[in-house]
Design a protein around this ligand. Structure first.
Ligand code: ADP
Length: 594
């Protein structure tokens, strides 16, 4: 049974069901302890021909066997079966509901966490929280409550019965048990540490497997299968070692428990036999006493199991709690208000930005203004800060007050949700879900008309490609379905962003994988459909941004120049050099192809 901040509430929430389970557990325990008394009557009846029942001496005959042994035994068995059914349903049912609820809460919190969290915590690790750790917590809740109370009720009821028969024999039987409890407490701590190491090893293994499967194309292209296999083998061995280590301690603990139990049986047989020899106990009573002790064995085993299980449960609950307690680092500032009807002007004022774990400023003293409805190109070398700049408009990271303004309002004073609702974003990795193309394109809108999906697919110049798929817009993408090319992926992502029809559209290197003709058609469609709305387009090819109202040229985290392509080409030597180099490259490429 585990207690903890995130789990205590479930004991309260499921209190009525758990109470019903406890009542049936007490009923089962009570009836189980009737059985040793029936043994005693049968053995004494066989030995002596008569049986003492409630101070009366009754003959041991067929009537007695039927009325006093068989009929009660049938009643006891029925009560035990019914009781076990009810407590299983109550305890295990609550545990399953707890698991589902915890999983929901974990997912709910995880989805609110900022990007920083996901940079530190890998997917494999998160997956093992949602599977392995949650299973352990569930086990500990259901079986834990059962074992705790069963050990308590059954143990104390049986010990009372034993005490009533012979106090000294009971005390002697309990001495090894006291040693067992001391050992159990010490081993329990050790088990918890071992379980923690085991879970960590499993997380590392899942992380590695997840990453390898995601990067299988790269692994194969570089013929690194055997290197990956060796690395996996190492992690698998580490996982195996951690498992064996935990199992060794758990097995050692179980052996200790059996040893203590066997030693108690020795004590009972030795001293109990002596009592029978002295005439203070009869054979039936000794068997009855052993029957009660047998009933105590399960609670003792349960206590040992409980210690092992609680140690595992606590370690897993700690890991789950870390996720539940994680707070998003990017949140609405106090007093932030939702902004309705964003027009789309964006201004940066002397913004300096360093990533939370960064060693240098990714952006330095950035100032510029984009008017609502402008088409802006953002160019610069790889690593110059383009993605960082657009990420900050979306408030993916915290920004200093008074540095970024949307429609003249500091972004820190706008709720993150309303700010992001005003933006459409095509990120560099163009992630698509394992779902139909239609639902991928309509991802950003609540309700949609399939005709509209087609319209936006046409604007992104991908409708023809989609219609060539056997199932058209109903084609499932990703792991369970069709793999699309890089260019198709980019264009489906553009269609998804266009369908959102937000006042600000940001495309991060989104046409790099399409040919120049398709790029021109997409850009023309953008200009036509997004008139009056702001568009920021990060690009490497100068041809992509030549026609833009404004070009922002960044280098090494600094904004070098702002203006039209022609202005920059005429006045900014770095820009001129970059454009000329690109032209040379393109001409070289054309000649090579000719
Ligand atoms: P670009 O989009 O122009 O290629 P980025 O904006 O992605 O460049 O990166 C700008 C700089 O910030 C680079 O030096 C990069 O290494 C660094 N950077 C990007 N993302 C992170 C991050 N999450 N943490 C720390 N540094 C980062």
């Amino acid at each position: 049974m585990i207690l903890g901040k995130h789990i205590n509430r479930y004991y309260l929430r499921f209190a009525p069901v758990l109470l019903l389970g406890l009542i049936s557990l007490i009923v089962v325990d009570y009836f189980q302890l009737v059985i040793p008394n029936l043994y005693q009557m049968v053995i004494n009846g066989v030995n002596q021909g008569v049986v003492e029942v409630d101070g009366q001496t009754l003959p041991f005959d067929m009537d007695f066997l039927l009325d006093r042994v068989c009929m009660p035994m049938v009643g006891v068995i029925l009560a035990i079966v019914a009781g076990r059914f009810v407590w299983r349903l109550a305890f295990m049912g609550s545990a399953v509901r707890l698991e589902a609820d915890l999983r929901n809460r974990m997912f709910d919190n995880a989805k609110n966490l900022s990007r920083e969290y996901y940079q530190v915590n890998k997917v494999g690790n998160l997956m093992s929280l949602f599977t392995n750790d949650l299973d352990t917590v569930q086990d500990c809740f259901g079986w834990g409550v059962l074992m705790f109370f069963d050990a308590l009720f059954m143990g104390s009821l049986a010990i009372i019965k034993m005490w009533n028969m012979n106090p000294l024999l009971t005390v002697l039987s309990m001495i090894p048990m006291a040693f067992l409890l001391c050992c159990a407490t010490m081993v329990g701590r050790r088990l918890m540490r071992k379980w923690d190491i085991r879970q960590q090893a499993f997380s590392d293994l899942s992380d590695f497997a997840q990453e390898s499967f995601s990067g299988i194309a790269v692994i194969k292209a570089f013929v690194k299968e055997s290197k990956e296999l060796l690395a996996f083998d190492d992690l698998n061995k580490e996982n195996e070692r951690a498992n064996i280590d935990h199992t060794k301690t758990a097995v050692l603990f179980r052996i200790l428990v059996s040893l203590f139990i066997e030693s108690v049986i020795c004590v009972i047989l030795g001293y109990g036999g002596f009592l029978v020899y002295q005439g203070m106990f009869n054979a039936g009573q000794l068997v009855e006493f052993i029957g009660y002790f047998n009933a105590v064995i399960w609670p003792i085993m349960a206590v040992s199991e409980l210690i092992d299980m609680t140690s595992r449960g606590k370690a897993s609950l700690n890991r789950v709690s870390e996720l539940l307690d994680a707070v998003p680092s990017v949140v609405d500032q106090p007093g932030a208000e939702a902004m309705k009807n964003i027009r789309g002007s964006i201004e940066f004022r002397h913004l300096n930005f360093r990533y939370p774990d960064g060693e240098f400023d990714a952006l330095e003293d950035i100032s510029f203004k984009i008017e609502a409805g402008e088409n802006v190109g953002l160019v610069g070398k790889t690593g110059s800060g383009k993605t960082t700049l657009v990420d900050l408009i979306l408030r993916t990271y915290n920004v200093p007050a008074g540095t970024i303004f949307v429609d003249g309002v500091d972004v820190n004073r706008i709720t993150i949700q309303s700010l992001r609702a005003g933006c459409s974003y095509v990120p560099q990795d163009n992630f698509l879900f394992s779902d139909t193309i239609e639902r991928n394109i309509a991802f950003g809108v609540e309700e949609y008309d399939p005709q509209k999906v087609d319209k936006y697919a046409q604007l992104a110049d991908v409708a023809n490609d989609i219609n060539h798929f056997q199932h058209g817009y109903n084609t499932i993408l990703g792991e369970r379905g069709v793999t699309v090319s890089g260019g198709q992926k980019q264009r489906i992502s553009i269609a998804r962003a266009l369908m959102r029809n937000a006042p600000i559209l940001i495309l991060d290197d989104s046409v790099s994988a399409v040919d120049t003709k398709t790029e021109r058609s997409i850009l023309a469609n953008l200009r036509a459909t997004r008139a009056g709305k702001t568009t920021i387009l990060i690009a490497h090819r100068i041809s992509t941004i030549e026609q833009m109202d404004k070009v922002l040229f960044v280098d090494n985290g600094k904004l070098i120049a702002v203006g039209t392509h022609q202005e920059l080409y005429a006045n900014c030597p770095e820009y001129t050099k970059m454009v000329d180099l690109q032209k040379l490259d393109e001409e070289g490429g054309e000649q090579r192809n000719a």
